[in-house]
Design a protein around this ligand. Structure first.
Ligand code: PMP
Length: 418
């Protein structure tokens, strides 16, 4: 049946498709952490829109707010005109996110995608510092549009040297050279040495947990050291929280546990809470040196996204219960993945919060993804060889459904062993 369902995609859509290679069913609907295909079969969703659906599918409160807004003929798209929807979002963001954390950052609306946000942040860092070089890290992922691509490590995605814009120096991420080498000190040495050939950077760009790169994470100590180096060398610390932000790791920003406040933070994916495209860069006011109209884009004013984002912020970030639930569920995932890894030689658990996964043999990971679809679970992989099975359930997944998904995952991994 799947073959017949898929004919138009095979015939007409560009071969560049990726996720559907592992998940070849045609999806029709979703509610919470479950999706269903056109035949009504249900699947537990551990992909969650690649991190864009932290609150699951069709959250009832966001849905009602959006339907009311549309029924009242609210502005759908407002460029950067002042709209009531944007005002509501900014107020909620100030009240619930910025003010409680003592952050005075300005909010720049940068368009629909994470890559749009990353590029805006880098462009601004270059403008602020008058420098061009950007320090990025091994296995970092920052988007695939030409500018963001330069900072993305994956060479398959960069394809050929001519695809990468210049001006990025890639340094080893925390742990990349093994436990014996502190890569923050390596960065310190390179930046301190004028003969290193590494130009003084405009920005140090990093993820605190590498969402696509394989769920490696930076220790709080490493992050603090790198933040200190950025400051010392006059570069902006730009944290790409496109995937790890908006609560994925258990705090709104993934840097909170380390006590680091970046000069610029990029948010996208789950910011709207409903899967609607939206990205922002938060920037310290002293660095908000754009001239009016200098960095524009048509779709900076997605009012529908502002409406649902406002509900998402109000609903979850005004209470501690939500974060508490995320931590409990994260503990459950750690426990279950650790038990699974114990049964597989060489396997290990990676990541933190609800951004965890289990690293297995790449071929086993690939087999598992496909077997999971048959078993009723949608799951994707990360890492340079697709070796990390990524448990990316919506933050709101009820414990029993999370357990059920983890059961399906463990069953498929163990059944797929050679
Ligand atoms: N940064 C990170 C950390 C990401 O995970 C992604 C998307 N996977 C991006 C940037 C790019 O976002 P988008 O695909 O919306 O351009």
């Amino acid at each position: 049946v799947a073959g017949a369902d898929n004919q138009i995609f095979e015939r007409r859509e560009s071969v560049v498709r990726s996720y559907c290679r592992g998940v070849d069913v045609v999806l029709a609907g979703g509610r919470g952490s479950l999706v269903r295909d056109v035949h009504g079969r249900e699947y537990v969703d551990f992909l969650a829109g690649a991190g864009a659906l932290n609150y699951g599918h069709n959250d009832p409160d966001m849905k009602v707010a959006l339907l009311e807004y549309i029924a009242g003929d609210g502005i759908a798209h407002g460029l950067d005109l002042y709209t009531d929807a944007k005002r509501g979002f900014l107020q909620a963001f100030e009240d619930l996110v910025l003010a409680p954390r003592g952050m005075d950052h300005h909010v720049q609306f940068t368009g629909p995608t994470g890559a749009n946000g990353v590029e805006a942040a880098l462009k601004l860092a270059r403008k602020v510092t008058g420098r061009t070089n950007v320090i990025a890290f091994t296995r970092g992922f920052h988007g695939l549009s030409l500018g963001a691509l330069a900072a993305t490590a994956n060479s398959t995605m960069r394809m050929a040297p001519h695809n990468a814009l210049g001006g990025v120096t890639r340094m080893p991420y925390d742990g990349y050279l093994g436990p014996g080498t502190d890569t923050a000190e390596l960065l310190a040495a390179v930046l301190a040495d004028p003969s290193s050939g590494v130009d003084p950077p405009a920005a140090v760009l990093l993820e605190t947990v590498q969402g696509e790169g394989g769920l490696d994470q930076a220790s709080p100590r490493w992050l603090r050291r790198v933040a200190g180096l950025a400051r010392e060398h006059g570069a902006l610390l730009v944290v790409d929280d496109v995937q790890a932000g908006c609560g994925r790791t258990g705090t709104f920003f993934s840097t909170e546990a380390a006590g680091v406040v970046p000069d610029a933070v990029v948010l996208s994916k789950s910011l709207s809470g409903f899967g609607l495209p939206m990205s922002v860069v938060l920037v310290r006011p002293g660095y908000d040196l754009w001239e009016p109209g200098q960095h524009t884009g048509t779709f900076r004013g997605n009012a529908h996204a502002f409406v649902t984002a406002t509900v998402a912020l109000r609903k979850f970030w005004s209470t501690e219960a939500f974060t508490h639930d995320v931590h409990r569920r994260a503990g459950l995932v750690t426990e279950r993945l650790t038990a699974l890894a114990d049964e597989l030689p060489g396997a290990r658990v990676k990541g933190r919060g609800l951004m965890q996964g289990v690293q297995v043999e790449p071929a086993l990971a690939a087999r598992t993804t496909r077997a999971c679809v048959d078993a009723g679970l949608i799951i994707e992989r990360a890492g340079p060889r697709g070796e990390v099975l990524k448990v990316f359930a919506p933050l709101t997944t009820p414990d029993d459904l999370l357990e059920h998904g983890l059961d399906l995952l463990a069953g498929c991994v163990l059944a797929g062993r050679p």
